[in-house]
Design a protein around this ligand. Structure first.
Ligand code: AMP
Length: 597
């Protein structure tokens, strides 16, 4: 059958592939019988040799760590990536600012590494199914931005797969949980704590349709962090210092041991860590208790709390409203995480799903829906960050707010800031900050317009975001009816290394100063309009008002001028208001005079 569509969970730590077979979603194992494939690629020194993917690549980490690439999803679509877990020394910045990895003497992009993993999954599936497959649904975290979604698509294309749908992971998990377990209208939270990322989403299901109401998270928070902290602790016990300056092979041995101990401690209250000959003749052995692990893990786990509250607030959900809390990601196997989740949401989390496989299963179900192998269901997602354009004074004007359900189409009308302008530049921005410069610039369109007085041009800007999160911008000069189009698919522009959650955090951190700057900028623009207008009015109709009124206006005008130098937004706003009031009579005298002349 040529219309088979694979469902793929392309995870930071592990990846899984599956397909709907005879009406049932199934996950496919590789030659070693493993369904959960480590998202790891080993690049051999001799390029003629075969690259290894999965478990066999992971095994090479202790022998040749510099040739093993892990957690590459953290770098997908990033300009300068988050380094943790990928190997700092491998990261390179290419000429255009994109991230590349130097593996031995080969340079590879994060997309190429992801493509290797996808090819491996595709080949596995084809071997199992005994037919070729060309299409796939791939999951991404809900808050992946356009650049990250597009990079995922390109990785698919490099692997010979047409990506028919990019699906948000929480939506996939909710699909796997099963609509049959939920009522007509249900509210669900998906708490996803994996190896490299954390996210939490609030979803609402109504008449068989899932909608992500809100999502938040951290692309650099996961079980890897706990492994790192525990490995440092073990290293201090064994070597007297943490792993900051350790040789890569030693570092890898400690990380491996830490991860194994952490996983064992989900089912046992203590375990033995054993590192024979980790450094030539040196060996290490110690007993680690669950209590010790929990002490080390608590700062990381606690960080998930605020995101949970944020998402509940944003979605307008309260704990009593919830029909289910679904756990996803290997790290939710930790009893400490489960306890925290029940504490936050005041209810036991659902553990009926295998937390490692829920997202993949959802991807398979969605693939089945698209290919027609399963009954049709509609899925809706939300925008991870606000989208807007730059307006006068360098302000961010939001057109599609964060957490808006997609697909969505929104538009606004803009005008020229200066007289005689022959074109208007539309800068498309993504982010949560008040000033344009603090947001990410996704692209620019220059719209030619009729030259005229200030405010005479009329340019309509429409943003439409499709179900895959691809943004199309149309700018139209309403006088000429001419359109300029911009498709933001390949966001290879000045997006810097800030990650989505950093952006949200920054907007919270700077909320006060940002808002002040916006008020200041708006007030300053108002003053800059008001002062010459008052000057002009005094010139035209100054002789029609009495001396006292004139002095009053001049005094108020000086207050505005002083406030402009002072820097207080509140004072300037107040001064503008006073000047506006003081010149009301003058303005009507001027209009009268102009009408009579
Ligand atoms: P994922 O990204 O969802 O594949 O999750 C991988 C993460 O889950 C890694 O950090 C694993 O160490 C962690 N993990 C897997 N199984 C367990 C377990 N039994 N207890 C604690 N953590 C686990």
């Amino acid at each position: 059958m040529s219309d088979t569509i694979l469902g793929i969970d392309l995870g930071t730590t592990n990846s899984i592939v599956g397909v709907v077979d005879s009406g049932f979603p199934i996950l496919l194992a590789d030659d070693q019988g493993e369904r959960i494939i480590p998202s790891v690629v080993y690049y051999p020194a001799d390029q003629q040799d075969k690259r290894l993917v999965g478990q066999s690549a992971l095994r090479m980490r202790c022998l040749e760590p510099e040739r093993v690439v892990m957690s590459v999803k953290r770098l997908l679509g990033q300009r300068v990536g988050e380094i943790s877990g990928v190997g700092t020394s491998m990261i390179q910045r290419s000429g255009d600012g994109a991230v590349n990895l130097l593996v031995g003497d080969q340079t590879v992009s994060p997309e190429q590494v992801s493509a290797c993993i996808l090819s491996y999954l595709k080949e596995n599936a084809e071997r199992r199914l005994e037919r070729q497959v060309k299409r796939a649904v791939i999951t991404v975290p809900a808050y992946f931005n356009d650049a990250q979604r597009n990079a995922t698509r390109r990785a698919g294309a490099l692997a010979g797969l047409e990506v028919v749908r990019i699906l948000s992971e929480p939506t996939a998990a909710a699909l796997a949980y099963g609509m049959d377990k939920l009522g007509e209208r249900s509210k669900v939270v998906v708490y996803d704590f994996g190896g490299g990322t954390f996210d939490v989403s609030a979803l609402e299901m109504s008449k068989g349709v899932f909608q992500v109401m809100a999502t938040a998270g951290d692309t650099a928070l996961g079980g890897d962090d706990i492994d790192g902290a525990l490995a440092d602790e073990l290293s201090v016990m064994a070597r007297g210092s943490d792993l900051a300056n350790a040789q890569p092979t030693i570092r890898a041995r400690f990380l491996d041991a830490a991860k194994r101990a952490k996983e064992q401690l989900s089912n046992a209250s203590k375990c033995l860590v054993s590192l024979p000959f980790y450094d030539n003749g040196d060996s290490f052995e110690a007993e680690i208790t669950r209590e010790k692990l929990e002490e080390i893990a608590i700062p990381f786990i606690n960080r998930t709390k605020d995101y949970c509250r944020e998402v509940m607030d944003c979605a307008g959900f309260s704990n009593e409203d919830l029909d289910a809390v679904i756990l996803v990601g290997g790290s939710t196997r930790m009893p400490q995480v489960r306890a925290l989740v029940s504490d936050i949401f005041d209810r036991e989390a659902d553990t009926s799903q295998n937390p490692d496989e829920a997202v993949a299963l959802g991807a398979v179900i969605q693939a089945g829906v698209i290919s027609g192998a399963l009954r049709e269901m509609l899925l809706l997602d939300v925008t991870p960050l606000s989208l807007g354009i730059e307006t006068f004074g360098g302000l961010m004007n939001v057109i599609i707010p964060r957490n808006t359900t997609i697909p969505v189409k929104r538009g606004e009308m803009f005008t020229n800031a200066a007289p005689g302008q022959r074109s208007i530049k539309i800068s498309v921005l993504q982010g949560e900050r008040e000033m344009a410069r603090d947001n990410w610039r996704l692209g620019e369109i220059e719209v030619p317009c009729e030259s005229g007085s200030k405010g005479s041009a009329r340019v309509g800007v429409e943003f439409s975001l499709d179900a895959d999160g691809i943004l199309n911008v149309i700018a139209r000069d309403t006088l000429t009816g001419k359109d300029q189009l911009l498709e933001i698919r390949d966001v290879a522009v000045d997006v810097d290394d800030d990650r989505v959650e950093e952006m949200v955090q920054e907007s919270v951190d700077h909320a006060f100063s940002d808002m002040n700057e916006r008020i200041w900028t708006e007030a300053k623009m108002k003053s800059e309009e008001l002062l010459p207008a008052v000057e002009q009015a005094l010139g035209i109709a100054g002789n029609l008002i009495d001396q006292l009124e004139r002095e009053e206006i001049e005094a108020k005008r000086n207050v505005v001028k002083n406030a402009l130098n002072g820097g207080s937004a509140e004072l300037l706003r107040e001064a503008n208001k006073e000047l506006d009031l003081a010149t009301e009579n003058l303005a009507s005298k001027m209009v009268e005079k102009m009408l009579n002349d």
